[in-house]
Design a protein around this ligand. Sequence first.
Ligand code: NAD
Length: 279
Amino acid sequence: MATVPAIRLNNGVEIPQLGFGVYQVPPEDTADAVSTALEIGYRHIDTAEMYGNEKGVGEAVARSGIDRGEVFVTSKLNNGFHRRDDALRAFDQSLGDLGLEYLDLFLVHWPLPGIDVDYIETWKAMEEIYAGGRCRAIGVSNFQAHHLRRLFSETQVRPAVNQIEVHPYLTQEELRAFDADHEIVTEAWSPIAQGKVLDDPAIVAIAERLDRTPAQVVLRWHVQRGDVVFPKSVSRQRMQENFELFDFELGTGDMATLTGLDRGERTGPDPDTFNYIPG
Ligand code: NAD
């Protein structure tokens, strides 16, 4: 079984660079999908309260019999729980739904700049959660540099990660560099743009030449850039394919070709305008 490299976060905690994401995996299918991922060798699961499938993730981790310390579990604070007391309760709820005693990483899912709760209050609640010892690291998702700068000047704990949309059509050079300059690991969500980049002729040509699939080429590009990725699939064959990234390498020319496909194209919402709160 291939060994997935670990990346050290700014507080010393290690995160497997490749994980399994469960966004849009229906709750009733989640335990089976995560069990398959764990069988294949994934040891990092990315879920969120918003996905409604934390119970299935917890069920699969429990039934796997794998030591808790060997599986890295991330969840996220849902929109609508940004006030301090709501955030503390939401964290307890996530742990309860997952059936876990602690989380490896808890993230603020979105900054929600237009709501009537300042995300500084939310981050201070995250600091309390971290200080409580039931979460090994805290971080943010969908934060832009200007959101992060406010955290740096108004709060104490530096986020360990920033989970943002990144793929060849949205390479995020600037924000990734900003994260790195501030010892924040970038996690790339929708790493294959939900499949949209897989028939790009430049990617297909590299895949054919290297006798790999387009998904493997794109995921390998992320890995070589140093980001953390957790592609989503419910098919065992694709999950297996997406796991096989550590026995080949892209040359500098191929890396540059993929990076050159950037067109600033999001598949998801813009964090500067997204203020959605689930009903
Ligand atoms: P993704 O880029 O991982 O693409 C998933 C889609 O690609 C699915 O339709 C899947 O069937 C298909 N696919 C997967 N592997 C394939 C392969 N080898 N060949 C062909 N098709 C393949 O998109 P995603 O699920 O949006 O993102 C991955 C994870 O990122 C999510 O599951 C979630 O954990 C996280 N995420 C976070 C946020 C956030 O706001 N923080 C937002 C979106 C996603």
